[in-house]
Structures are given as structure tokens and as C-alpha cells.
Design a protein around this ligand. Structure first.
Ligand code: BGC
Length: 353
């Protein structure tokens, strides 16, 4: 090869390489950090995977992290995302109150933050919030109990117990608040009574939403209040992991008439209980829908257009209202689980046997 030709060839090779890099740069529309709370619970794995797949499909790179339900780990993961140059953060918090410091760094670096499913409190770094209508989740559970016990026509009294989730999760206020808005009038009228007397948010809480914590609290409730043959008529369980704790406690410690038990998420582990009647219902929140909405929000923010919101009144995080998109939850029972969970492709028949 003569010298001139060699230089031309090298230049051509360089331009091909440069073109390749440019094409790569064009391929990635940006790096998005997705911080999820834990892999212990089925839904967050699905949320994380759905977000990653849908963002990648739109041309984004994704930095997906799970924090083992440890707020300090989540804060340091977010710190790393900021220093790694992530351009937008999607965060499902563990403790809604513990991210203020790290998110202040995000704000300073001009990185927008979307609160995913759980509102992040007391920081002005949150641009948007996307979730299911959490208040409606609670109301749906409460109304299910009212209808199943026919409280508008029966005098009762019926015995009720309540199991909610982690007090650091802002959603608990909405789940519990929504359910109590429906149930409290019947408690006031004496149609519902709570034999354990445990009715405040702190008394009915379950640390980390853990099944075994719910189970051991419920075992105590049963041995102190129902061991003499008293019937338990209904349990307000805020989600499926806590409902499972109640189901386990009842299986080993209760022989009375089986109560109505509520739940949320339609976890794989709970669907057989819905089918055999040991859990009356669950509130389904299709994680595909939430992920799709958040991906729309991300894309809008990244391309400078308007992010979709449908609620600008409900979610004040202590620094003002956070514009939100609320997806709709659906009550699932033995009557409709096939249509909603299987026909929609959310689960296969095999997964839930
Ligand atoms: C979510 C629920 C979930 C719970 C426990 C809540 O913030 O909204 O879907 O069951 O956390 O992870």
C-alpha cells in the first residue's frame, strides 16, 4: 500500500468508527436511573423489569437498582446514579421521609425526579408522581367488607381486625384512610367492633410490609381475643403480603367461621387463596400500566414536552402539591380473576396453580 493510500484508508476507517459512535450516541436517548425498594416482594421485581424493558424499547439506557428495603442503601444508590450521570431518576422509596438530602443533590444537578408508586415526602426535588389511586384502593377494600357483611341491612355486631403496612410508606395513610372513611361509620354505629382494640395507624402497622411480622401480630390477636371461640368476621389487610400473614395465622390458630380477608397486588402466592376462598379479594394494580405511564412521563420530560398528569390536588408532599398521574385499581375476586389476571396476559394459568 502506498503512503497516500494508507492515510486515506486510515481516515476512512476512522470515519466509520466515528459514525459508529455517533450512531450509538443517537441510539441512546439518555441514561435513566430506576430505584426500586426491594426484590423481596414480587411486584417490585415486575415494576423494575417492566420499567427497564419499556424504557429500553424507547431508546433509553437504564440503571436499575433494588435496595433490599434499606433506606440508607437506597440513598447511596441514588447518590451513585447522580455521580454516574443519570439524567432522570424514577424512585419508589422505602421510607418516604429519608431521601431529602440525596434528592437535594439531584435537584442541584438539574436531574428531574419522578416518585414511583410511593410519594417522596418533604423535598422540593420531586417533579411528578405516578401511582395507582391509593385512596381508592383503601375505599375498595372497605366497601368490599361492607357489601360482603351486608352492613346496610344487618345489625351485627361483626368482628373486624385490621392489618396495614410500613408506617414509613406514605401510601399507608391513603390505604388506611380510604378504608376507614368507608368503615368508620359502621364502627360508630356499633355494627363493626374491633375486639383487639387495635385501631390506630401505629397499632395496625406492619414493619416493611413483612408477612412474618403480620403473622406474629395476628397470632397474638387470635390468642388474646378469639381463643374462646369468638368469631372473626372480617380482616382489613392492606396488601397481599400482610394478608398472607393473616391466612397463615388463621390456619394454625383459628377454628371459627372463616373471615373475609382483603388484599392488594394479586401476588402469585395469593391467587390460589382467592380461588379457594381463604382470601376473599385483592385489589389489582397492573404494573404494566404504571410502568407505561411513567415511561411516557420520562419521555415527555426528556424531550421537553408536557408530562401526562390527571390529578393536581391530592398529593401534597409537604412542600406543595406534586402533579400526579393516578392509574385505576380493580377489585379481583374468584368471579373475575381469570379475565383480569390470565386473559390479560398478566399471569399464565401455570404460574398461579
Ligand atoms: C404498594 C403496594 C405494596 C406495598 C408493599 C405499597 O407502597 O403500593 O402495592 O403491596 O407497598 O410493598
Amino acid at each position: 500500500m502506498n503512503k497516500k493510500f494508507a492515510v486515506m484508508a486510515a481516515t476512512a476507517a476512522l470515519s466509520v468508527a466515528a459514525l459508529g459512535t455517533m450512531a450509538q450516541a443517537e441510539e441512546s436517548k439518555g441514561l435513566i436511573g430506576v430505584a426500586m425498594p426491594t426484590q423481596d416482594l414480587q411486584r417490585w421485581n415486575q415494576d423494575g423489569e417492566n420499567m427497564k424493558a419499556q424504557l429500553e424499547e424507547k431508546g433509553y439506557e437504564v440503571d436499575l437498582q433494588f435496595a433490599g428495603n434499606d433506606p440508607a442503601t437506597q440513598a447511596s444508590q441514588i447518590e451513585n446514579m447522580i455521580s454516574n450521570g443519570d439524567q432522570l431518576l424514577v424512585v419508589a422509596s422505602i421510607d418516604g421521609d429519608s431521601l431529602g438530602t440525596v434528592l437535594a443533590q439531584a435537584k442541584e444537578a438539574g436531574i428531574p425526579v419522578i416518585a414511583y408508586d410511593r410519594l417522596i415526602m418533604n423535598t422540593d426535588a420531586v417533579s411528578y408522581y405516578a401511582t395507582f389511586d391509593n385512596y381508592l384502593v383503601g375505599k375498595t377494600q372497605g366497601q368490599y367488607i361492607v357489601d360482603a357483611l351486608d352492613l346496610d341491612n344487618q345489625d351485627g355486631p361483626f368482628n373486624l381486625e385490621m392489618v396495614t403496612g410500613d408506617p414509613g410508606d406514605n401510601n399507608v395513610n391513603f390505604f388506611f384512610g380510604g378504608a376507614m372513611e368507608v368503615l368508620q361509620p359502621y364502627i360508630d354505629a356499633g355494627k363493626l367492633v374491633v375486639p383487639s382494640g387495635q385501631m390506630t395507624k401505629d397499632e395496625v402497622a406492619t414493619a416493611n410490609w413483612a408477612t412474618d411480622a403480620a403473622q406474629s401480630r395476628f397470632e397474638n390477636i387470635l390468642s388474646s381475643n378469639y381463643a374462646d371461640g369468638t368469631n372473626l368476621d372480617a380482616v382489613l389487610a392492606s396488601n397481599d403480603s400482610t394478608a398472607l400473614g393473616v391466612v397463615n395465622a388463621l390456619a394454625a390458630n383459628y377454628t371459627g367461621e372463616y373471615p373475609i380477608i382483603t388484599g392488594q397486588d394479586c401476588d402469585i402466592a395469593n391467587v390460589p387463596h382467592i380461588v379457594d376462598g381463604t382470601q376473599a379479594m385483592s385489589v389489582f394494580k397492573d404494573t404494566r400500566t404504571l410502568a407505561a405511564k411513567v415511561v411516557e412521563m420520562v419521555d415527555a420530560i426528556m424531550t421537553g414536552s408536557e408530562a401526562p398528569v390527571n390529578d393536581t390536588e391530592t398529593y401534597d408532599n409537604g412542600t406543595g402539591i406534586i402533579p400526579s398521574y393516578l392509574c385505576e385499581p380493580v377489585a379481583v375476586t374468584v368471579e373475575n380473576y381469570k379475565e383480569i389476571l390470565i386473559d390479560s396476559g398478566y399471569y399464565t394459568e401455570d404460574q398461579i396453580q
